[in-house]
Design a protein around this ligand. Structure first.
Ligand SMILES: [Zn+2]
Length: 65
């Protein structure tokens, strides 16, 4: 499902943010490695694709914070 944007805390990690808790890339992040937000990050392609293919949960269903 869609969640608030989060990204890796590691400076060496890819600068992308995730917004879906089904994302395999996002799931690989440890709980201590997740920071809420999307600063300096590009949208995760995997999350974008997941959101786009899910008709019952439109991308704009949640307000952007
Ligand atoms: Zn992702």
């Amino acid at each position: 499902m869609r969640v608030r944007p989060y990204h890796s805390a590691r400076s060496t990690a890819a600068h992308i943010f995730h917004e879906d808790d089904d994302c395999p890339v996002g799931r690989n992040l440890a709980w201590f490695d997740k920071i809420e937000g999307r600063e300096d990050c590009e949208p995760c392609p995997q999350c974008v694709r997941t959101a786009a293919t899910r008709a019952d949960h439109p991308v704009d269903a949640l307000p952007v914070s």
